[in-house]
Design a protein around this ligand. Structure first.
Ligand code: PLP
Length: 397
């Protein structure tokens, strides 16, 4: 007799975006002529840059000729791309080998799938609020979740868990709060992990949005992190690959957890990928190589400057009308405190009805997100400017 995984019934996450769609649809039906300004979704909008398009086209052209055609590649990723990452990390003072780097089809699947190589009884500590996939994957796997509160009092950087935990998710720069952890803050987590034989899963999907040279872009900038941290990253927000799909995960050979020797966790992730993943798209990987070229990195930096200018426009506009805002510096998200103690959904409705702007209610990212709303800097400049003008002009405070 087949049964289903009842843990799926315990999930809440799907409610957030379907409820945004529902409320937006109701508004649109009542006001058919109104153009909605969407600052809710963290989806990239600008075209891929010229050298990356060229890289992808090279990838396609290779498939047109049997002499250069490739089918399945290495599950761990194209060795040229992994070698390029070794050089990329080296320039940041981080020494890695190609066998520690696993190319993937994105950070979201890896941040969920990585849980499968750890014990079923692992207690997982997750920031509240957080990118929903960490919690949902833990619930689906039947694991216990402990929340680490992120509030304005702790600058939205979680304090260490109160109880002993086994796995800690840290996302910096953070989605949804836009907070970025300092080296000192990350050192506390590394020290905790080493003392408790716990591990850190560090989601660095927005690392390239950091322009402040004092802020760490990688967990491996923190002494001791190679023995206790896995880093997950993505081309999505860095290079606009949200639809192309390409990411990578670093599992250091020095990493150890309770009852294992060095290399064991790395070999488990390798085994998991060989068994359940058939490698990232070969076209996307040639595109990834183009991103890592000197010209590609320069162009992606310009793309990020564009989105961060959007963040500045949103932040300045909101501050001008007296709203309390966080994030938006070294991160593409603005975390806005709702005025007059409105709930996240009440403020979502107010912003929609009065300014025709769609945000994302903070409560959808966890209980500590209640009373906040997330605005995203991903959008065309003219749409961002229109949205901010509309908020300035029409929002009744
Ligand atoms: N990690 C964080 C924190 C994100 O916000 C996102 C996307 O919004 C992802 C991962 C997803 O990355 P990818 O597109 O590589 O799956």
């Amino acid at each position: 007799m087949a049964t289903i995984n009842r843990n799926y019934d315990k999930l809440e996450g799907g409610y957030l975006f379907s409820e945004i769609v529902r409320r937006t649809k109701v508004f649109q039906e009542k006001h058919p002529g109104v153009i909605l300004l969407r600052l809710g979704i963290g989806n990239t909008t600008e075209a891929l840059t010229p050298s990356i398009i060229k890289g992808l086209q090279i990838g396609v052209a290779k498939l047109a000729d049997p002499k250069t055609y490739t089918g399945y590649g290495d599950e761990q990723g194209d060795i040229r791309l992994r070698s390029a990452f070794v050089d990329w990390y080296k320039k940041r003072g981080i020494k890695l080998t190609t066998s520690e780097i696993f190319i993937s089809d994105g950070a979201k699947p890896d941040s969920a799938n990585i849980q499968s190589i750890f014990g079923e009884k692992s207690i997982i500590a997750i920031s509240d609020p957080a990118y929903p996939v960490y919690v949902d994957a833990a619930i689906i796997g039947g694991r216990k979740v402990v929340y680490m509160s992120c509030t304005k009092e702790n600058g939205f950087i979680p304090s260490l868990p109160n109880e002993k935990v086994d796995i800690m998710y840290i996302c910096s720069p953070n989605n949804p709060t836009g907070a970025v952890a300092t080296k000192k803050q990350l050192q506390l987590f590394v020290d905790y992990a080493r003392a408790h034989k716990a591990i850190i899963i560090f989601d660095a999907a927005y690392s390239e949005y950091i322009s402040d040279p004092d802020l760490p872009k990688s967990i491996y900038e923190i002494p001791g992190a190679k023995t206790c941290a896995i880093e997950i990253n993505s081309f999505s927000k860095w290079a606009g690959f949200t639809g192309v799909r390409l990411g990578w995960t670093v599992v250091p050979l020095d990493l150890i957890v309770e009852g294992t020797e060095k290399g064991k966790v790395n070999s488990l992730w390798n085994r998991r990928q060989i068994t359940m993943f058939n490698g990232a798209s070969n076209i996307a990987q040639v595109g990834g190589l183009a991103v890592l070229s000197a010209q590609g990195q320069k162009e992606c930096e310009e793309l990020i400057v564009y989105y961060m200018k959007n963040a500045g426009i949103i932040k300045n506009g909101l501050v001008k009308i007296g709203l309390k805002v966080f994030g938006g510096e070294n991160a593409p998200y603005i975390w806005l405190k709702t005025p007059n103690d409105l709930s996240s959904w009440e403020f979502f409705d107010k912003l929609l009805n009065e300014s025709h702007v769609v945000g994302t209610p903070g409560s959808g990212f966890g209980p500590c997100g209640e009373g906040y709303l997330r605005l995203s800097a991903f959008g065309h400049r003219e749409d961002i400017e229109r949205a901010v003008k509309s908020i300035e002009k029409n929002l009744k405070l």
